[in-house]
Write a protein that binds this ligand. Structure first.
Ligand code: ACO
Length: 433
């Protein structure tokens, strides 16, 4: 039996009914598309606290349980049984690949990793001390100037090729931005390496010295990519959808996602978290924990515990658990299991999880709490952390963008507002103002 919701008004206006839609799992959704037509009223929901802006079959989060599913598969299984390119295939196509499908997909991505040679000249226009996210936002947007042949979003073939290009070229662009910032020559992709090993080589090899691939470290970075690959309708994904809803090309829409991700409340949190841990360590480390937590709890201090809290998770972020395990593996492999920053992070986590402030607000570690320590151990500089996140999230952005474009209900996104400015008034001559 279909359910309806009735909206009634205390001023005597007639009640109106709306259908209630059921998803496969998760909360039901009241379909208010016709609210304005029926009542002349809008809804008010800043920050989309209660608004489902689309239908999606890609990723599901149960924030109370701390559950994350990619196309129905638990993140714990994906992260331990699949690699990043299999995850990409799953997010894009809805099913895990067979061995043959995987080989064809990997081959396709591998043969799109080079970028147009002229992108190097474009890169050289940036200051060398620019933030990598500033460079990446520009470079991803610039792809639309270099790949004119895949700009028609109404053409499924164009959408497919643009998706492969973006997934394939993102590691090359991130590594180029890094090499440029340290004054080293760009390292070209190498097709006999895996996606993630290739990225590490482009980051750390030089023309004088080959990079020795370490499987444990490659696997750790691959896991970081998997854990960041998609997270349903977060700020950057919603930005990509809204930007793409105008019919703009995929490169421009993904560049908008990169720009949104940069913010410290979103993808910038892993960088901010490591900066926080370093500062706390310099100030005295574990001995100063109590003082620091008191500052975090003080509303006038404007200090937040970075890597803690989440709009959706009101339980332990399942990605943070996997990231903590990865942290152990990487530090063990590198023989730095006693890393003071890791110890500080674990102690900070323990203290916060026992503190009434965090318990009452259901604030738990999110994925960024440990990912910075892993990346630092891998040799990735702090300023590049968010770019790594962007690299990994690109597949999620594209899968969501393409899902939206293929949806027959798709319309240009156009939120409404509650206007609180001046009522109509007349311009007076300047001498009388
Ligand atoms: N440290 C201290 N207090 C916090 C924190 C934190 N990290 N996060 C939330 N709170 C407090 C708020 O002050 C608020 O307290 P109040 O009710 O007494 O006013 C309460 O918890 C609710 O917080 P909101 O900001 O309203 O929650 P919201 O859902 O809007 O914010 C967010 C979520 C932005 C992630 C927030 O928790 C935060 O700023 N965390 C730190 C940054 C971070 O780690 N971001 C990464 C997010 S995950 C990702 O993008 C991959």
């Amino acid at each position: 039996m279909s359910t309806t919701a009735t909206l009634s008004f205390s001023d005597g206006s007639p009640s109106v009914e709306f259908p209630v839609l059921k998803g496969t799992i998760g909360p039901d959704v009241i379909d208010i598309k016709t609210l304005y037509a029926k009542t002349g009223k809008f809804t008010y929901d800043p920050g989309f606290m209660s608004t489902a802006a689309c239908r999606s079959a890609i990723t599901f989060i149960d924030g109370d349980k701390g559950e994350l599913l990619y196309r129905g598969y638990p993140i714990e299984q994906i992260a331990t049984q699949c690699d990043f390119l299999e995850t990409c295939y799953l997010l894009l196509n809805g099913e895990l690949p067979t061995a043959g499908e995987k080989a064809a997909f990997v081959d396709n991505v591998t043969h799109h990793t080079m970028v147009h040679e002229q992108m190097q000249f474009f890169l050289r226009g940036f200051r060398r001390d620019a933030h990598p996210m500033a460079v990446l936002t520009g470079m991803v947007g610039a792809l639309s100037a270099f790949y004119h042949d895949t700009l028609d979003v109404n053409n499924p073939e164009h959408r497919h090729i643009a998706a492969i290009r973006l997934i394939a070229k993102m590691p090359t662009l991130v590594a180029m931005a890094y090499k440029y910032s340290i004054g080293q020559p760009m390292i070209y992709p190498k097709n006999d390496l895996s996606y993630t090993a290739n990225f590490m080589r482009m980051m750390f090899a030089t023309p004088c010295e080959e990079y020795k691939v370490n499987d444990v470290l490659v696997r750790a970075l691959d896991r970081i990519f998997i854990l960041h690959a998609d997270h349903e309708q977060n700020a950057s994904t919603s930005t990509v959808r809204l930007c793409g809803s105008s019919g703009t090309n995929p490169y421009a829409a993904i560049a908008a996602g990169v720009a949104c991700l940069w913010g410290p409340a979103h993808g910038g949190a892993n960088e901010a978290c490591l900066v926080m841990l370093n500062e706390l360590q310099a100030a005295g480390g574990v001995a100063k924990l109590g003082e620091f937590i008191a500052q975090v709890k003080d509303k006038n201090s404007n200090i937040r515990l970075m890597g803690f809290g989440h709009r959706v998770y009101k339980n332990y972020d399942p990605r943070a658990k996997l990231m903590r395990e990865t942290c152990h593996e990487v530090l063990g492999e590198l023989g730095v299991g006693n890393d003071p920053l890791f110890k500080l992070a674990m102690e900070l986590e323990r203290v916060a999880l026992e503190d009434e402030y965090f318990i009452a607000r259901k604030l738990y570690p999110n994925v960024d709490f440990y990912s910075g320590i892993v990346q630092r151990a891998l040799g990735i500089p702090t300023a590049l952390f968010t770019a790594i996140f962007a690299l990994a999230r690109t597949v999620g952005w594209i899968a969501q963008l393409n899902e939206m474009l293929a949806d027959p209900d798709q319309k240009i996104g156009r939120p409404r507002q509650l206007f609180t400015g001046s009522a109509p008034r007349q311009v007076s001559p300047i001498a009388q103002r």
